[in-house]
Design a protein around this ligand. Structure first.
Ligand SMILES: [Cu+2]
Length: 147
């Protein structure tokens, strides 16, 4: 192999490695369905209240996973980004003392409850959507109640 060809080969290999690295980085940035991207532990406010702020939009909730302590009051503030598509916030976990179903707007909705059972409980938007429900499109997350 001539000196010139060798140099070309080196450049090609470098490009390939860079491309591979970029691809892998992108792969990490994109969250496959069913995996949670953002986790937030509730912060303890005055009067021993666990405070959490959630934002919804088309078609996600941030954070997607919230961690709270069992038996400690939770104050959840949920709003949606401005837009015409309606969204809701639902947690149906009566076994844990959590039963929420609110329509969301740009003005934060404040939801209070005391989680009564350790476990993972899903929250989601219950709007049906055109082909898939909002829940299926990614408007779902988990509230994790820890001991
Ligand atoms: Cu929705």
């Amino acid at each position: 192999m001539g000196q010139k060809n060798k140099r070309v080969m080196v450049i090609v290999v470098r490009f390939a490695i860079t491309g591979l690295l970029l691809f892998q980085l992108n792969g990490c940035a994109t969250v496959p369905p069913g995996q949670l991207s953002e986790v937030t532990r509730a912060s303890l406010g005055e009067q021993n209240t666990q405070r959490i702020t959630l934002v919804a939009s088309n078609y996600w909730f941030r954070p997607e996973r919230i961690i709270v302590k069992v038996g400690v009051p939770v104050e959840l503030s949920v709003r949606k980004k401005p837009g015409v598509i309606p969204h809701t916030f639902v947690i149906h976990a009566p076994e844990a003392g959590i039963n929420v179903n609110v329509a969301l707007s740009a003005k934060p909705e404040v939801i209070n409850f005391v989680p009564q059972k350790v476990g993972s409980f899903e929250f989601y938007c219950d709007k049906p959507g055109l082909f898939e429900s909002h829940r299926e499109m990614g408007m779902a997350g988990v509230i994790e109640v820890t001991p």
